[in-house]
Write a protein that binds this ligand. Structure first.
Ligand code: GLA
Ligand code: GLA
Length: 681
C-alpha cells in the first residue's frame, strides 16, 4: 500500500485547495506564476467540481481539467485530485430526492449548500461511483497526480427510510438475532421490545429521552455508513493508480467519525485545523488535534486545510496577527505534519466563503498575507530534507475512544457539564504546558511503548480495554485515570459495582459509592498529604480505598475527609485515580509528578512560560506562543535550520517566533525518537 511518503518524497508539501472553476482561465496563468513564487508544490483540485464535471446526468466535461492538470504539471506543481462527491449537483437532488438526507424529524435537507447526500442511498452511491470511475480512468496515470482526496469532511447524518433499512442490516450483522438486539438495547425498559426487525428505526425525534444503546449503535452505524462511501471510492481510484496514496480530510476532533476505524482504511491521514486565533489556548487546541492526527496515522500526516487569517463561520471572524500562520504551521510540522496546506489558494469573490481568508487575498500579492505565505514556503523548503518522514518522540499516551465519547454524551446522565472534548482538552493542556509530547491511543491499543498513560475519562471501556489496562500496569506502566471511567460495557450497560472490578483492583479502590457532579459555579478544596491545597471543579466522587494511598482529600462539602486523589502500586506499576478535576496548575503538577516518577522528562526543561518544545527526528522545535520575545537557555551547540546559523547557550525567540535546532554533534543514536538532548547533556 502506498503512503504519504510516496507523495512527499523527502519534502514537506506546501499549498492548498485550488478552485479554478470559480475564475476565468486567464487567471490560471497568474495563479501558477504566483504559486511558483510562493513555493507551492501541491494543490488540491476538484473538491467541489461535480456540477462542472458532469453538468447533466452522464454528460461529462473534462476538457478544462485536462488543461488545468497539464498547466500545473508544466509548472512543477503536484495535484491532489479530489473526487467531487461531497457536493452533488442540483440535478441529482431534483431528479432523485431520495438521495437527499432527512433530519431526525423527517424534514428534507435540500441542495443549495453542500454535503446534501444520504450515505445509505443506492442512487447517490451509484452516481458517486460513476463520476469517480471516470475521473480515475482519465487521470490515474497523469504525471501531475500525487494523491487522491476522496470526498470532503464526511459528516452528514441521515434518518430517512433508506437509512432505516441500512441500519437494520447493520444491526443484524452486529447482533445476529432480535433477541440479542433486545438484550443489548435493554428494551425491557419503557416497553421498547422489538418483535420484528422492520419495527426498528434510526433514533428519530421522540417524545422524551431516547434509548441510549440505540443512540450509541446509530452513532457507530453512521460512522460505518460514511466509511463505506469512502472505501468504495478509495477502491475505485486505487484500482486505476495503485501507487498513489488515497486520503480524505477529517475535521479536527470530530464526533461523527470513529477516527481509529477510518485511519485503518486510508493510505494517509489528512486533517483540517482551524484553531481560534483569538482564543488564549488556540495553540493547545492545535497541538491536541495534531497529536490525534499523528496517532491516527501512526506517523507523518497531512495538514490538508488551515486558514491564513480569518474564517467565515465564527460569530466574529478575526485575522491572524503577524507571524501566527508561520508559528502554527511549524507547530504542525513539529508534531508530525509532512504537508502544510490551506483552504484555499485564491480568495473567492462570490459564494458562501467570500470572506474566508486565502493564500492569495482579494487585495492581491502585494498584501502581507501573501508575503507571509511566500516566506513560509521558503521555510518549509529548507526544513523538508531534515524533517520529512521522521517520527515524533512521545512517551506518554492519552487514551481516547469514540465509543466512550458517544456513550457518555447522552441525555439522562449525572452531569451535562462533563463534556468529553472539553475534558480531554483540559488533561492534554496539562501535558502540553509541561512539554510532555503526547500521543493519543485507543484503550485497547498496544500501550507498551508508553511509560505514562492517562485517561481523562472513559465512561465506556470494553473487556479487552480493561484487560489491556490491567496488564499495562501490572507489567510496570504508570496509569493516571480520571473520574467516571470504566462505568459501562460495550453496549452501555452499567458494570456490576458501578465501576469495573478489574479497574478497581488496579486502582486499589473498594468502591466508588456515589458520583457527586459539581455545579458550574462550584469549587471544592482538596488538601494533599503534604498540607498543600488545590481547588477542583466539575466532578467529585465518594471513594472507598482498598490498598491505595490517599494523595489528596476533599476538605469541604459533603465529601469532606474522603479521598479525592489516590495512588496505588499494582504489580510492577503504579495506578493513580483522580476523582475530581483539579484546577489547571494542580492538574499539571499531578501529571508532572506521575511522569517524573515514571522516569519521563519533558522535551526540554527550564523554558520560559509559553514556549512549546517538541522533538522530531533528532531535532528540537521551540515555538513561542507567549506575548513577547523570550530567551531560552539550552546547553550544547546547534544549528538553527530556519536561519542556517550556528548557536550556543541561548536561543532568542521573537513573539510568534520559532527555532528548529539540530545539535552540532549529532550522532546517529540521536535520531532515535526517544533520544534526549540537549536537556540531558
Ligand atoms: C416520572 C416518571 C417515571 C420516571 C421518573 C424519573 O415521574 O413517571 O417513570 O421517569 O419521572 O424522575
Ligand atoms: C472546511 C472545508 C472547506 C472550507 C473550510 C472553511 O475545512 O473542507 O471546503 O469550507 O472548511 O473553513
Amino acid at each position: 500500500m502506498p503512503d504519504l511518503n510516496d507523495a512527499t518524497r523527502g519534502r514537506i508539501l506546501y499549498g492548498g485547495d485550488y478552485n479554478p472553476e470559480q475564475w476565468p482561465e486567464e487567471t490560471w496563468q497568474e495563479d501558477v506564476r504566483l504559486m511558483r513564487q510562493a513555493g507551492v508544490t501541491s494543490v488540491t483540485v476538484g473538491v467541489f467540481s461535480w456540477a462542472r464535471l458532469e453538468p447533466a446526468p452522464g454528460a461529462y466535461d473534462f476538457d478544462w481539467l485536462d488543461r488545468l492538470l497539464d498547466l500545473l504539471h508544466a509548472h512543477g506543481i503536484g495535484v491532489v485530485l479530489a473526487t467531487p462527491t461531497a457536493s452533488p449537483p442540483p440535478w441529482l437532488g431534483h431528479r432523485h430526492p431520495e438521495t437527499l438526507p432527512q433530519a431526525e424529524n423527517g424534514t428534507t435537507v435540500w441542495y443549495g449548500s453542500r454535503n446534501q447526500f444520504c450515505a445509505s442511498s443506492p442512487e447517490y452511491r451509484r452516481r458517486a461511483a460513476a463520476i469517480t470511475e471516470r475521473l480515475a480512468a482519465r487521470y490515474g496515470a497523469h504525471p501531475a497526480l500525487t494523491m487522491w482526496h476522496v470526498n470532503n469532511e464526511y459528516g452528514t447524518h441521515c434518518w430517512c427510510d433508506e437509512t432505516a433499512a441500512h441500519f437494520r442490516r447493520w444491526l443484524q450483522h452486529r447482533h445476529g438475532t432480535l433477541e440479542e438486539l433486545n438484550s443489548a438495547w435493554g428494551t425491557a425498559f419503557w416497553s421498547q421490545h422489538y418483535a420484528e426487525w422492520d419495527e426498528i428505526l434510526p433514533p428519530r425525534q421522540a417524545q422524551y429521552i431516547r434509548n441510549p444503546a440505540q443512540l450509541l449503535d446509530f452513532a457507530r452505524f453512521t460512522s460505518d455508513a460514511l466509511l463505506e462511501c469512502y472505501t468504495a471510492e478509495h477502491a475505485i481510484v486505487a484500482r486505476h493508480s495503485p501507487a498513489i496514496p488515497v486520503t480524505t480530510n477529517h475535521m479536527p476532533f470530530w464526533r461523527g467519525q470513529d477516527g481509529w476505524a477510518w485511519a485503518k482504511q486510508q493510505d494517509a491521514v489528512a486533517l483540517d485545523i482551524y484553531p481560534d486565533p483569538d482564543h488564549a489556548l488556540g495553540a493547545q487546541h492545535g497541538a491536541l488535534v495534531q497529536d490525534l492526527a499523528r496517532s491516527m496515522a501512526g506517523g507523518p500526516w497531512m495538514l490538508m486545510e488551515q486558514a491564513t487569517g480569518a474564517v467565515n463561520w465564527r460569530p466574529v471572524n478575526r485575522p491572524k496577527p503577524h507571524g501566527l500562520t508561520r508559528l502554527w504551521s511549524l507547530q504542525a510540522v513539529a508534531r508530525g505534519a509532512d504537508a502544510i496546506c490551506f483552504f484555499q489558494w485564491r480568495q473567492s469573490r462570490q459564494g458562501a466563503e467570500k470572506f474566508h481568508s486565502a493564500m492569495l487575498p482579494h487585495s492581491g500579492p502585494g498584501h502581507r498575507t501573501f508575503r507571509e505565505v511566500t516566506a513560509l514556503g521558503a521555510d518549509l523548503d529548507r526544513l523538508g530534507p531534515a524533517v520529512s518522514g521522521t517520527p515524533v518522540a512521545a512517551d506518554t499516551a492519552l487514551l481516547h475512544d469514540w465509543d466512550a465519547w458517544w456513550a457518555s454524551e447522552q441525555p439522562g446522565r449525572p452531569s451535562e457539564l462533563l463534556d468529553y472534548q472539553e475534558n480531554v482538552t483540559a488533561w492534554h493542556r496539562a501535558l502540553w504546558e509541561a512539554n510532555h509530547t503526547t500521543d493519543l491511543a485507543h484503550p485497547a491499543a498496544d500501550l507498551t511503548p508508553y511509560r505514562l498513560v492517562v485517561i481523562p475519562s472513559l465512561y465506556l471501556l470494553t473487556d479487552a480495554a480493561l484487560d489491556n489496562l490491567a496488564a499495562y500496569v501490572r507489567t510496570g506502566g504508570t496509569l493516571v485515570a480520571g473520574y467516571f471511567t470504566g462505568v459501562a460495557d460495550h453496549q452501555d450497560r452499567i458494570r456490576p459495582g458501578g465501576v469495573d472490578a478489574r479497574l478497581r483492583e488496579v486502582l486499589g479502590l473498594a468502591a466508588v459509592h456515589q458520583w457527586w457532579p459539581l455545579n458550574a459555579d462550584e469549587t471544592l478544596h482538596c488538601t494533599t498529604a503534604d498540607g498543600d491545597t488545590f481547588e477542583s471543579t466539575l466532578w467529585a466522587e465518594e471513594l472507598e480505598t482498598a490498598g491505595a494511598e490517599t494523595v489528596a482529600r476533599y476538605r469541604d462539602g459533603e465529601l469532606a475527609g474522603h479521598p479525592a486523589v489516590t495512588r496505588h502500586a499494582h504489580g510492577e506499576g503504579t495506578a493513580w485515580y483522580l476523582s475530581t478535576r483539579p484546577a489547571p496548575d494542580a492538574l499539571r503538577a499531578l501529571l508532572t509528578r506521575a511522569a517524573r516518577e515514571a522516569g519521563l522528562r519533558p522535551a526540554a526543561e527550564h523554558l520560559p512560560a509559553g514556549v512549546e518544545a517538541v522533538r522530531r527526528g533528532g531535532l528540537l522545535f521551540l515555538l513561542n506562543h507567549g506575548p513577547q520575545q523570550v530567551s531560552c537557555d539550552l546547553p550544547g551547540h546547534w544549528e538553527d535550520l530556519l536561519t542556517g546559523k550556528p548557536g550556543t547557550g541561548t536561543v532568542t525567540l521573537e513573539r510568534h517566533g520559532a527555532a528548529v535546532l539540530r545539535p552540532a554533534d549529532l550522532r546517529p543514536a540521536d535520531l532515535h525518537p526517544t533520544a534526549m538532548y540537549p536537556a540531558e547533556q
